[in-house]
Design a protein around this ligand. Structure first.
Ligand code: ATP
Ligand code: MG
Length: 399
């Protein structure tokens, strides 16, 4: 019976002039999310509300759509706090509205002795009856039709919302959305995406705040395989369900790694490699309009994520580096990864470029002066290798 959804979004973030930007971005993201879902969808704004008409409204027999699939897709759209399946009816007077409401309850519930409350809202002020009077009349009709039901104005089991606008919208269920802000309302950032558990979650978290992302992945063929790269593409695709289209830059890092391996003390390898990753990711960020870098680091998780190591990788960046997982325990990160469906892919056992060249005992408290001196040994040759890596980078659009 439900062919329309009312979309609720957080009001606080959208006071004033930014409101229409927020709403337009939300409409755009909803359309993007619904593209793979079976059915025809019409997404529109009306008086500070967003509605989605599903299937063909005029010809319901013809307009089948995938209800469950629609809800699942909407649960991935940041900015949505509630997804309400609504029954949309014409205004044919209060008598008919009572009949519509009774029909709604019959179809939506196995009516027994539930408690209920009617909450009418008269958004169209020309409607002749005040909302409290609407509550009273509809409540009376419900009690007549279902004598076993009872009114409870404080904690009703069924909260029946009736919104009176051009049409009238009846709903009682609010399916929670993911919250956050619509992607595209807060600029763009460059995610350093590995095949691990953490960085996909970091990408998800930054997108939740309305930031669009691109991604950079460093691989080291033939030390890392085509399958390892495919895994990262799959992860990007899973994030794109929330993030929208992502440009994934795949950088061939082999020669840089081998050269660093050759020239620098091995216990400093990871840190120096990281610094080159940051430099290259920043290059692509600047070239494509990203205002920050994003990593999956969390304090103390491994040797390269001590405070000293984070400071050492940070030093080479001129744009902000955001680390949304900085205060998360591993298990907390895993929980999010499972929820957003990246975990199973992340734990596939393909090699990572960092684990191949890793030292047995990496420095945990790198000294910046020492690291800088080691890097000096890399000379102009490293600049040339970086240039080549940038020039040969493959960009894959994932969505
Ligand atoms: P993850 O689970 O995200 O791989 P991790 O726990 O393995 O993280 P590190 O290997 O220290 O931690 O990597 C820290 C961060 O550096 C990652 O979260 C990611 O943002 C970035 N990074 C590491 N390796 C790569 C890579 N091959 N390509 C792109 N980014 C990388
Ligand atoms: Mg990793």
């Amino acid at each position: 019976m439900f062919r329309t959804f009312l979309i609720k979004y957080g009001e606080i973030a959208i006071k004033g002039k930014n409101r229409h930007l927020f709403e337009d971005a939300l409409v755009k993201q909803i359309c993007h999310a619904l593209r793979p879902v079976d059915g025809k969808f019409h997404v529109y704004k009306e008086q500070g509300r967003i509605y989605i008409d599903c299937g063909s409204q005029e010809d319901p027999e013809n307009g089948m759509f995938d209800f469950e699939g629609t809800v699942e897709a909407l649960k991935c759209v940041f900015g949505i706090v509630g997804i309400c399946p609504v029954l949309k009816v014409e205004d044919r007077g209060i008598e008919q509205l009572g009949t519509d409401v009774i029909g709604f309850l019959e179809q939506a519930y196995d009516v027994h002795g539930q408690t209920f409350k009617v909450a009418a809202r008269r958004a169209r002020k020309s409607y002749p009856i005040e909302s409290m009077e609407v509550d009273r009349v509809l409540g009376g009709r419900i009690l007549e039709a279902f004598p076993q039901m009872r009114v409870d104005v404080h904690e009703p089991e069924i909260m029946l919302h009736v919104e009176i606008r051009e049409k009238i919208y009846i709903y009682s269920k609010i399916i929670p959305g993911p919250g956050g802000m619509p992607v595209g309302t807060n600029g763009k950032a460059m995610l350093l995406l590995s095949g691990g558990i953490d960085s996909p979650v970091a990408g998800y978290m930054i997108c939740k705040r309305g930031v669009r992302i691109d991604a950079t992945y460093f691989h080291a063929p033939p030390y890392t395989s085509e399958r390892a790269k495919q895994k990262v593409v799959d992860l990007a695709r899973r994030i794109a369900k929330y993030a929208g289209p992502i440009d994934l830059h795949v950088v061939n890092f082999t020669d840089i790694q081998l050269y660093i391996y050759d020239q620098c003390p091995h216990d400093e390898l990871t840190i120096i490699m990281r610094r080159y990753m940051m430099r290259i990711a920043e290059h692509f960020a600047k070239e494509t309009g990203s205002l920050a870098l994003v990593t999956g680091e969390s304090i103390g998780q491994v040797a390269s994520q001590t405070m000293q190591s984070l400071a050492a990788t940070n030093e080479v960046c001129t744009i902000p580096v955001f680390r949304p997982l900085i205060g998360f325990d591993k298990q907390e990160i895993v929980n999010v990864a499972e929820r957003i469906d990246t975990y199973e892919t992340s734990i596939l056992p393909y090699e990572d470029c960092c684990t191949i060249f890793v030292a047995k005992h990496p420095v945990t408290k790198p000294n910046l002066n020492v690291i800088r001196r080691s890097e000096q040994k890399l000379n102009e040759k490293i600049d040339e290798l970086v240039r080549t890596a940038i020039e040969t980078t493959e960009t894959i659009r994932v969505w």
